[in-house]
Design a protein around this ligand. Structure first.
Ligand code: NAD
Length: 494
């Protein structure tokens, strides 16, 4: 199966789709995995196989690290201006080919084409932003307090980085790491999610075209991520792990990384509360809630997972949200009318179904949706639940699907306590017309990011990341590039 032959790409795609399923991308070359094994990539909308990609084993991973280590000194010593220009070219090529990239994302991930277009724009921005950062990694100089010497601090590239990304944003989760790593002067081995490798490979070809030297970005896919990653993390040439994925896998990787005391940036799971106070503007709250819940059909780490609505606005909010959820067009991701595509796998649908059944079993009521449909594709309908009790599994676990569980609250103190009653702390949403109250409550919510009267929090210019078990470190903003550097301090008597 060759993705280039897919009807969605009739005419020119502008992407090197032939290469996507040619093999691993190591040292600027495409090649088969040593074991000659392949992994099928399934379209979640139709359950058909889109392509097969190479399945790397340990020897392939070692070669990818070899390539990254060989390219590291040259890239680290490339002038920041040159690195910046190459990154800018990556932004331009991604923007020129946005339409084809969006189709590819939509096909392998299932997300609605409109969401995929949004993702491409967001993903490309990391290159534009980090092209600007590449020439502004500024150190400092100061006089030691005792006056005896100067303290010179420079930020140096940390070295070879292993990047591991999830399937829910196949382009953006990769560029959010690759762009700052390259801006800082690091070389990388990217291991994208097995479910969505085609976008990562198509982008690898695009980076090469943009002038990224061979070996600076390497991409390998594998059906044995545990073994392959452990081998790379144990390699003394690797200096950094940047991971985006579940908290469960994140914990395993932190344990692996501890063996070599590796620098780690971890973007992990979320359980975002969405709080609507009585004084909120209803239209703003509904608009924000739809974005916070339904972008990517709920398959986002920042997705609103628990809705807390104050009693005075509760009935109106539930009615208005239900109307919007029921009106969504569910369908094949690639279809332009689709607003809610399928979930990534049958397993993901089964998990959502279990969470809904568990909540209903504990007293929640289904207002709309709530039933797994029959037929091809991993679909789950937009669902609204009310009176979801605090002991329901979905109050503690990521739903990662189009389900909005709503409960009522009375006081500010009560809702803050309930919002913080989780091991996660990634994003939170607050709706109120009183900005003073919004800012006060946002400071009391244990989350790395708070959206006030809006449903979207991600921005390449802002530090993205979580507190508690949602992660370590930040991506984006000026923080993102520093994650790929190490300060070197020189004491000098002048
Ligand atoms: P996942 O943790 O199952 O997988 C993430 C990546 O880790 C994939 O590439 C996978 O192949 C790899 N992996 C799995 N097991 C591994 C192992 N033992 N060793 C090494 N690598 C391994 O997560 P997912 O299902 O792909 O993505 C969904 C999760 O990602 C959700 O929990 C979501 O909240 C989280 N996420 C977080 C952010 C963020 O920025 N905080 C962004 C997107 C997704």
């Amino acid at each position: 199966m060759n993705i280039a032959a897919h009807p969605a790409f009739r005419g020119t795609s502008g992407l090197d789709l032939e290469s996507c399923s040619k093999g691993l991308f190591i040292g600027g070359q495409w090649r088969e995995a040593h074991a000659k094994r392949r992994i099928p990539v399934v379209d979640p909308s139709t359950e058909t196989v889109l392509a097969h990609v190479a399945d790397a084993s340990l020897s392939d991973a070692t070669e990818a690290v070899d390539a990254a280590a060989t390219a590291a000194p040259g890239w680290a010593s490339t002038a920041p201006r040159r690195r910046s220009e190459i990154l800018r070219r990556c932004f331009e090529l991604m923007t020129e080919r946005a339409d084809s990239l969006a189709k590819l994302i939509s096909l392998e991930n299932g997300k609605a084409l409109r969401d995929a277009r949004g993702e491409v724009a967001y993903a490309a921005e990391f290159f534009r932003w980090n092209a600007e950062e590449a020439v502004r990694i500024v150190g400092d100089i100061s006089i030691a307090p005792a006056g005896a010497n100067r303290i010179i601090v420079e930020y140096q590239p940390i070295g070879v980085c292993v990047l591991i990304t999830p399937w829910n944003f196949p382009a953006a989760m990769a560029t959010r790491k690759i762009a700052p790593a390259l801006a800082a002067g690091c070389t990388v081995v990217l291991k994208p999610a097995t479910e969505t490798p085609l976008t990562a490979y198509a982008l690898a070809a695009l980076y090469k075209e943009a002038g990224v030297p061979d070996g600076v970005v390497n991409v390998i896919t594998t059906s044995t991520p545990g073994q392959v990653t452990a081998a790379m993390l144990a390699d003394p040439r690797v200096r950094k792990l940047s991971f985006t994925g579940s908290t469960t896998v994140g914990r395993t990787l932190l344990a692996e990384a501890s063996k070599t005391v590796l620098s780690c940036s971890m973007e992990l799971g979320g359980n975002a509360p969405l709080i609507v106070f009585d004084d909120a503007d209803l239209d703003t709250a509904i608009e924000g809630a739809m974005v916070a819940k339904m972008r990517n059909a709920g398959e986002a780490c920042t997705a609103a997972n628990r809705f807390y609505v104050q009693s005075g606005i509760y009935d109106r909010f539930v009615a208005a949200l239900t109307k919007r959820m029921e009106a969504l067009t569910v369908g094949v991701g690639i279809s332009p009318e689709t607003e809610c595509g399928p979930m990534i796998t049958a397993r993901a649908v089964a998990k959502i179904d279990e969470l809904v059944k568990d909540a209903v079993g504990r007293g929640a009521k289904v207002v709309c949706g709530g039933n797994k449909p029959a037929g091809a594709g991993f679909f789950y309908p937009p669902t609204v639940l009310v009176d979801v009790p605090g002991d329901a599994d979905m109050a503690h676990e990521e739903i990662f699907g189009p389900v909005a569980p709503i409960t009522k609250f009375e006081t500010e103190e009560e809702v803050i306590a309930r919002a913080n009653h989780t091991e996660y702390g990634l994003a939170a949403y607050i709706f109120t017309s009183d900005i003073g109250r919004g800012l006060k409550v946002s400071r009391q919510i244990e989350a790395g990011m708070v959206a006030l009267n809006r449903g979207l929090v991600s921005d390449p210019a802002a530090p993205f990341g979580g507190v508690k078990q949602s992660g370590l470190g930040r991506e984006g903003g000026s923080h993102g590039v520093l994650e790929f550097t190490e300060p070197r301090y020189v004491a000098v008597t002048l």
